[in-house]
Write a protein that binds this ligand. Structure first.
Ligand code: 2AM
Ligand code: CA
Length: 258
C-alpha cells in the first residue's frame, strides 16, 4: 500500500499534471518563433512548480523545499525536492517523454519519491523498504549479466555541458553492449532501469532534482547506484551510474578507465 507521503505527492503531481498536459497540447499546436517557445516553457515550468508547492505546503508547511525554479525555501530538517518538468527539451519538441519529479529527503537521504508522466499516465513511486512501483505494478531490475546483451541509457552533453571524455565513453559502451539509448529525461531513464527496460544508465552534470526519486527507484527495484567511478553516491553528487547491479562493476570500469 502507498504510504501517506506518496498519496500526497500523487495528489500534488496529478493536479499539476493537468497544467502540464494542457501546455503540452498547446505547444504541439504552436508554430511560433523559438524565443517565444522558450518563454512559454519557462512559464509552464513555473506554473507546474507553483501548483505542486501549493498542494505540498498545505500538508507540509514547515518542510524545506529544494526546487528547480524557486530555489531553496528554508524550513526544518525534512526536505522536499521538486523538478516540475524533467525532459524540458522533449516537452518543447512535443515528445511525450517528460516527468514531474517529487522526492522526500531526511538527514540527506532520499526516503520517498514519485515520477509522474501525465502524458502517458505513468505514475512511478518508491519508498524506502517498500519497493518500486509503476501504477499497480511492482518493478524489478533486469537480470542480464552479459554486457553484450545490455541496453544502456545515457544523457549526451551539449553546448557548455560538453566534457572531455564523452565521445570515448560512448565509443567504449557501443563496442561492448547491445547499444545506447538517449531519451532526454534523467529521472525517467532511472525509472526505466528500475523497470528492467534499460540495464544501465550513466550521465554527468545533473542536479539533485533530476536524480532524487530515480536513485531510490533503482535501489528499491534491486539495482545499484554509484558515482561513475564506482564510489558511493550521495546527494551532493552531480553524476550517476545506475544498473541492474550484475553489470555495475563492468560498466564502471569501462567508463572510468578512459
Ligand atoms: P531538465 O529537462 O529538467 O532540464 C537530459 O540529459 C537531462 O539533463 C534531463 O534530466 C534534464 O533535465 C537535464 N538537463 C538538461 N539541461 C541541463 C543543464 N543545462 N544543466 C543540468 N541539467 C540539465
Ligand atoms: Ca530535470
Amino acid at each position: 500500500m502507498q504510504p501517506a507521503v506518496i498519496n500526497i505527492f500523487e495528489k500534488a503531481a496529478k493536479k499539476a499534471g493537468r497544467i502540464l498536459i494542457r501546455d503540452f497540447g498547446e505547444i504541439e499546436n504552436l508554430q511560433i518563433e523559438s524565443k517565444s517557445v522558450g518563454d512559454f516553457v519557462t512559464n509552464a515550468d513555473l506554473k507546474v512548480e507553483k501548483s505542486i508547492l501549493e498542494t505540498l505546503k498545505y500538508f507540509y508547511p514547515n518542510y524545506t523545499y529544494i526546487t528547480e525554479e524557486s530555489g531553496i525555501i528554508k524550513g526544518d530538517e525534512n526536505a522536499i525536492v521538486i523538478d516540475p518538468i524533467d525532459g524540458t527539451s522533449n516537452f518543447i519538441h512535443g515528445i511525450p517523454h517528460v516527468g514531474i519529479i517529487i522526492a522526500k529527503m531526511t538527514n540527506n537521504e532520499i526516503t520517498d519519491g514519485i515520477i509522474y508522466n501525465p502524458i502517458l499516465n505513468e505514475f512511478f513511486w518508491t519508498s524506502k523498504g517498500k519497493g518500486s512501483w509503476c501504477n499497480d505494478r511492482r518493478l524489478r531490475v533486469s537480470n542480464r549479466s552479459n554486457l553484450s546483451d545490455c541496453l544502456i541509457g545515457t544523457g549526451l552533453p551539449f553546448g557548455e555541458r560538453i566534457y572531455k571524455n564523452y565521445l570515448s565513453e560512448i565509443d567504449e559502451i557501443l563496442k561492448t553492449t547491445a547499444g545506447i539509448r538517449r531519451f532526454g529525461s534523467a529521472g525517467l531513464d532511472l525509472a526505466y532501469v528500475a523497470a528492467g527496460k534499460l540495464d544501465g544508465f550513466w550521465e554527468a552534470d545533473l542536479n539533485l532534482w533530476d536524480l532524487s526519486t530515480g536513485t531510490l527507484l533503482v535501489k528499491e527495484a534491486g539495482g545499484r547506484i554509484s558515482k561513475i567511478n564506482g564510489e558511493d553516491w550521495n546527494i551532493d553528487c552531480r553524476e550517476i551510474l545506475a544498473s541492474n547491479s550484475n553489470i555495475h562493476i563492468d560498466l564502471s570500469e569501462k567508463l572510468s578507465l578512459l
